[in-house]
Design a binder for this molecule. Structure first.
Ligand code: TYM
Length: 336
């Protein structure tokens, strides 16, 4: 028996922020040696909202470099670009024809993003969870480590796999593997710095709302200095009336590697004036090694290209075999 498979991905829309890191990538890195990992940069997802063709390729490379900078180890993981493996688009089409439209209309992210887009909503935005299902199912993934906001999309992926198996498989020979979500409690939902009730997001118009992994120290100082707090003295977790306080303490806890109890005790007597510099130093120290490694990766000519070329080959071999299995189950002829 091989190791269980993991698949996950991030969209190349701007740089990664602390939410992407703490909700997803940190969990990919932890325990990666126990799994056979596939991590893709999901560039086909990035065009479901209006995008800039001038920056897409560069952003895609930056995300792949950040995977390495955050500690993804090529001895245990394959890193690749979604659009380099055409099976993703092809399986998405096959799954489109099996997925009921009303399953997609129920997706919370679609409804939220569609409201923001106004009249300019593409078919791709509605269809995006089917492409995500194809990403996962192509690799027979056992586990999909993501943040809380992707939970509904993973439930849909499971429903699609079960439907395919029910319609086209046999009990003893399912067509697709049904994956399990892997959502860690700590960091699963990092909130905006300007509004503790909204999640930290790449699409928030205010850059002050998020800390990007490549923000230089002075930028981090500025963002934490300006971040929203409250007038209450003494800091505590889990007070529903103090969402910002809970979020900032949570960030400090994860990035300083302490237990919740230790942080609660340390910060209980503090005011914001004392806590903010502590948080700032912790964030700067946590991001410094990532930034150093990122610059090494992007400055070494040809290094990233080689990794992505190899990644495409490894990913394609797995993905093409699954695609063929699905096409056979659906009754397609094979090319002669
Ligand atoms: P994306 O690019 O929006 O986010 C990438 C990962 O970061 C997590 N995340 C967060 N976690 C905690 N707090 C936050 N504020 C926060 N914001 C984002 C997301 O949950 C995600 O794990 N549809 C996916 C990308 C995707 C994918 C896949 C993921 C496409 N195909 C297959 C897993 C498997 C997305 O848009 O993530």
């Amino acid at each position: 028996m091989g190791k269980p498979r993991v698949l996950s991905g991030v969209q190349p829309t701007g740089n990664l922020h602390l939410g992407n890191y703490l909700g997803a990538i940190r969990n990919w890195v932890d325990g990666q040696a126990n799994f056979e990992n596939f991590f893709c940069v999901v560039d086909l997802h990035a065009i479901t909202v209006p995008h800039d063709p001038a920056t897409l390729a560069q952003d895609t490379r930056a995300i792949a470099a950040l995977y390495l900078a955050c500690g993804i180890d090529l001895n245990h993981a394959t890193i690749f670009v979604q659009s380099h493996v055409s099976a993703h688009s092809e399986l998405a089409w096959l799954l489109n024809c099996i997925t009921p439209l009303n399953w997609l209309e129920r997706m919370i992210q679609f409804k939220e993003k569609a409201v923001k887009q106004g009249e300019n909503v593409s078919v791709g935005l509605l269809d995006y969870p089917v492409l995500m299902a194809a990403d996962i199912l192509l690799y027979d993934a056992d586990r999909v480590p993501v943040g809380e906001d992707q939970k509904q999309h993973l439930e849909l992926t499971r429903d699609i796999a079960l439907r395919v198996n029910h319609q086209y498989g046999r009990e003893d020979a399912p067509v697709l593997k049904v994956p399990e979500p892997a959502i860690q409690k700590a960091g699963a939902r990092v909130m905006s710095l300007t509004d503790g009730t909204k999640k930290m997001s790449k699409s928030d118009p205010s850059p002050l709302s998020r800390i990007s992994l490549l923000d230089p120290p002075d930028e981090i100082v500025k963002k934490i200095k300006k971040c929203k707090t409250d007038p209450v003295r003494g800091l505590a977790f889990d007070n529903p009336d103090r969402p910002e306080c809970n979020n900032l303490l949570g960030l400090y806890q994860i990035l300083s590697g302490q237990t919740k109890e230790a942080v609660a005790a340390e910060c209980a007597p503090m005011g914001w004036g004392q806590f903010k510099p502590l948080l700032t130093d912790t964030v700067v120290a946590a991001l410094e090694p990532i930034q150093t490694k990122y610059h090494e990766v992007v400055n070494e000519t040809g290094y990233l290209d080689g990794i992505l070329r190899q990644g495409r080959e490894t990913a394609e071999a797995v993905a093409d075999a699954t695609l063929l299995r699905v096409k056979d189950a659906l009754g397609f002829s094979r090319p002669l």
